[in-house]
Design a protein around this ligand. Structure first.
Ligand code: NDP
Length: 241
């Protein structure tokens, strides 16, 4: 049995592709999810990957969830903070609730999940924390002040924690996907997709979840120990930092 990897939001979309790619690479994988039991059950039936339900926005639930996964599968050496939500609105119409929900999941979720695992990684002198941020955390996006702030916060946390973990053999990196063809993006009106979104992407297509998953497998590997505090963009050439 390989090292144990925990993927938040790991039963759907990009997270599901990450869970599967890590399993195929030899890891024992636990996929966390928030509430879509039907999707989680179908995912487990199809892949054999165990799923665990809790919200990354709730610190106590994360601590209990991490304890349960480690009791079932062993120490978690690879954490992929992938769970994320949008609550889009132009700022003048954005409610405090829309702001808070996104920050609680996309930014506080990284603290809530990484903190309960950090001491164990330090003790074992090995860890891989991989944060799924977004192109919109790099460049900002109108209608997504909450989301852009949360994803930019993820990048700051990545760089600070990379410095703290370095001597303990823990790497902390971020991936910033552009438009990836998940259900959420494929649900966009075809005309909008073809006329307004695809022309922004030099490679002329959406990314595939597997293209993000392959970067995760690379960063998770033993051989990637000198890469830490980095942000890898996967956006088809849409934006350079
Ligand atoms: P999906 O909406 O397809 O899937 C989101 C997953 O996150 C689901 O498994 C969902 O669980 C889980 N989730 C949501 N909230 C919570 C929570 N509070 N606690 C635990 N799990 C939660 O998202 P994508 O696959 O599109 O996105 C994955 C990540 O990639 C996100 O962080 C997103 O911001 C980022 N990203 C996506 C891009 C894209 O084009 N799709 C572009 C750039 C970044 P459940 O199944 O129970 O609902």
């Amino acid at each position: 049995m390989g090292r144990v990897a925990l993927v938040t939001g790991g039963s759907r979309g990009i997270g599901a592709a990450i869970s599967v790619a890590l399993k195929e690479a030899g890891y024992t994988v636990a996929a966390n999810y928030a509430g879509n039991d039907e999707a989680a059950q179908a995912f487990t039936a199809e892949t054999g990957i165990a799923t665990y339900k809790w919200s990354v926005a709730d610190y106590d639930a994360c601590a209990a969830g991490v304890a349960k996964v480690q009791a079932d599968l062993g120490p978690v050496d690879i954490l992929v903070n992938n769970a994320g939500i949008t609550r889009d609105a132009m700022f003048h119409k954005m409610t405090p609730q829309q702001w808070r929900e996104v920050i609680d999941t996309n930014l506080n979720g990284l603290f809530n999940m990484t903190h309960p695992l950090w001491s164990g990684m330090r003790d074992r002198k090995f860890g891989r924390v991989i944060n799924i941020s977004s192109i919109n955390g790099q460049k900002g996006q109108a209608g997504q002040a909450n989301y852009s702030a949360s994803k930019a916060g993820d990048l700051g946390m990545t760089k600070a924690l990379a410095q703290e973990g370095a001597r303990a053999g823990i790497t902390v990196n971020a991936i910033c996907p552009g438009y990836i063809g998940t259900e959420m993006v494929k649900a966009i009106d075809e005309k909008v997709l073809n006329e307004r979104i695809l022309p922004l992407i030099p490679v002329g297509r959406l990314g595939e979840p597997e293209e993000v998953a392959r970067i995760v497998v690379f960063l998770a590997s033993e051989g990637s120990g000198f890469i830490t505090g980095s942000t890898i963009s996967a956006n088809g050439g849409q934006f350079f930092v």
